[in-house]
Design a protein around this ligand. Structure first.
Ligand SMILES: [Mg+2]
Length: 211
């Protein structure tokens, strides 16, 4: 959902990262710069920043973490795209669309409502639905697929993050990487090499035609 239904160039990406580092700094007592460095260093070992803090830093108050990272005002950081609803509505006539996010439900609902596409998805699997073990854990992808009575073969997974593409690749599934700024070199992605790389959700029909 994040950085896929809206571009990663929207303000929220920078603002959310800033809030995460600020939270880590306040929670651990590290300076902002130290917290930033520590996160960069430790995050590759975990699915999410939250999981790292839970496992290595004994964070237990998950609500205070999410409330800090996702304040109500975050909607001001995402721009409304008047073309998105029409586009997804057309896709929803042919495909089942499900949201799999490592964010909490409150953020998912808020974002989908802001974009006016909440009703077009047949389900939202947030981080609590996956018991805080979201992407890239296999179970996180399999839960929505199996609950909706589909198979990995029938499912296209779309994300902006190579780590989460890698997780779906491990299941033998086809994934699409959305790289709005064309920052990632497909030759260097290794196990995170997607089936296709596009710069915007609007390029998805081109990929779907190849399946
Ligand atoms: Mg994302």
């Amino acid at each position: 959902m994040d950085n896929t239904l809206y571009p990663s160039t929207d303000k929220i990406e920078t603002c959310m990262n800033h809030r995460m580092i600020t939270f880590i700094s306040q929670f651990t007592g590290l300076s902002y710069e130290e917290a930033k460095k520590e996160r960069l260093d430790r995050l590759p070992h975990y699915g999410t920043t939250l999981e790292w803090l839970q496992k290595e830093r004994n964070l237990t108050d998950v609500d205070s973490y999410f409330n800090f990272i996702h304040p109500e005002s975050e909607t001001k950081e995402i721009s409304y795209d008047p073309k998105l609803r029409r586009f997804l509505l057309d896709l929803s006539k042919t495909y089942h669309m499900t949201v799999l996010t490592n964010a909490p439900m409150v953020h998912a609902k808020r974002t989908l409502e802001l974009l006016d596409v909440y009703d077009l998805f047949d389900g939202i699997y947030d981080i609590t639905a996956n018991n805080f073990q979201g992407k890239p854990y296999s179970k996180a992808y399999l839960k929505p697929i199996l609950e909706k009575n589909f198979t990995v073969d029938e499912t296209l997974f779309i994300d902006d993050h190579p780590k989460y593409i890698r997780g779906y690749n491990h299941l033998g599934g086809k994934s699409v990487l959305i790289d709005a700024e064309n920052l990632l070199d497909i030759e260097e992605l290794g196990e995170a090499t997607p089936y296709a790389k596009i710069t915007s959700i609007y390029d998805l029909p081109t990929v779907l035609r190849t399946l």
